[in-house]
Ligand binder design. Structure first.
Ligand SMILES: [Zn+2]
Length: 402
């Protein structure tokens, strides 16, 4: 028979100093003196009220609940009694574990007692104690004021001697190896699969929320169930792989790419990665092709990389500035002028711009000087304007008179 030890510690305060025990020399057995109060009710009371009194462990018919780590001090015996010093050479609060028996009300006595016995056997094995010598009743240390735990035991006719005998029997049935009790408790740590769902236990307590295990992050919902896929937490999106591990960096999900930063947060908007720019839509999906952002057009290739410079798309040429924004109007590139219309398309041939005519050759470069086209000659100034009504004889349409 083995029971689960739940470790749910109260905060530091009057009830829990955090000071370490000077080793575990003995166990003091108590009852709560408060019929019907459960292990967790006691835990909540000590956690909130923080009286200058406490005990390590409360046992009822459902829980063996350690509320103070058993290597820390608890305040469960008066300092100015002397029996503990005579028997063990130390004050109980400095060298003993205090265990409280919860009883009465709707608490099933036998279930609570079985756990209480088992837990004493577990502690004796863990700290190499002899039940006969090293378990002492609170009433034995402080007889003028206390009668526990015998007062609770007597409700069901259990004597102190019977209790010690039961602890010894429990130690024997816990198995030959003295580590039996310890290993049953440590098995309550780590991952457990129940009904094809994964849970994580720490000191016997089912964990919820974010969990760091072996330098990987996991997310456990409010029921402790390990999550996979997209989750939203505190307004941010995260992606958890099929094994529950939080993803970082680029991640392809249902054919779309997403980027999770080093904290796992899904990114949106512009992203610079490895000296390249990417654009992530408001749903986090990486954009490809043309994308309008804040009134400007950008082009992301099939890998999502933002393009700059000349771009040929659907047999049309476009020019993307060094910041990726699609150019319109006149644009000087490598010393040559080009004209991109309002859709960004590079123009060729004759262009009328603000009453002036210009000529853009087949590669889009603005022409200057004398050109021949349509069977005529035309004269263009250095700034590309076609000459008209000058001393050079030209037709009204700009053709030279030869
Ligand atoms: Zn007591």
């Amino acid at each position: 028979m083995s029971y689960h030890i739940t470790r749910d510690y109260i905060r530091l305060g009057n009830s829990r100093s955090g000071q370490k025990l000077s080793g575990v020399k003995f166990i003091v057995s108590h009852d709560t003196g408060n019929p019907g109060s459960t292990a967790y009710q006691n835990m909540n009371y000590f956690n909130r009220q923080q009286p200058s009194a406490s005990a390590h462990t409360f046992v009822d018919d459902q829980y063996i609940l350690e509320i103070i780590p058993v290597d820390e001090k608890a305040w469960h015996v008066r300092y100015n009694i002397t029996k503990d010093n005579q028997l063990y050479g130390a004050n109980a609060n400095d060298a003993a574990i205090g265990v409280e028996f919860c009883f009465g009300g709707s608490i099933n006595f036998q279930q609570s007692y079985n756990r209480y016995v088992w837990y004493h056997a577990y502690l004796c094995q863990k700290f190499n104690l002899d039940p006969q010598k090293h378990i002492v009743a609170h009433s034995y240390l402080d007889p003028s004021r206390r009668s526990d735990p015998q007062s609770a035991f007597s409700r069901n006719g259990v004597t102190w001697d019977q209790f010690i005998k039961d602890v010894r029997n429990a130690m024997n049935t816990n198995g030959g190896s003295s580590s039996g009790g310890t290993s049953s408790a440590s098995s309550t740590n780590g991952w457990r699969k129940i009904d094809s769902k994964w849970y994580f236990y720490k000191n016997g307590v089912k964990q919820t929320g974010w969990l760091l295990d072996k330098s990987k992050w996991y997310f456990l919902d409010s029921n402790g169930v390990m999550q996979t896929g997209w989750i939203k937490d505190d307004g941010k999106w995260y992606f958890l792989d099929s094994d529950g591990v939080m993803a970082t960096g680029w991640k392809k999900v249902n054919g779309k790419w997403y980027f999770l930063d080093s904290k796992g947060v899904m990114q949106t908007g512009w992203l610079k990665d490895d000296e390249k720019w990417y654009y992530l839509d408001s749903d986090g999906a990486m954009a490809t092709g043309w994308k309008k952002v804040n009134g400007k057009w950008y082009f992301l290739d099939s890998d999502g990389v933002m393009q700059t410079g000349w771009l040929k798309d659907d047999e049309k040429w476009y020019y993307l500035d060094s910041d990726g924004a699609m150019a319109t109007g006149w644009k000087k590139v490598n010393g040559k002028w080009y004209f991109l219309d309002s859709d960004g398309v590079m123009q060729t041939g004759w262009l009328k711009d603000n009453t002036k005519w210009y000529y853009l050759n087949s590669s889009g470069e603005m022409a200057t000087g004398i050109i021949q086209t349509d069977g005529n000659y035309y004269a263009l100034k250095d700034n590309g304007e076609m000459l008209a009504n000058t001393s050079i004889p030209v037709e009204s349409n700009g053709a030279l008179k030869i």
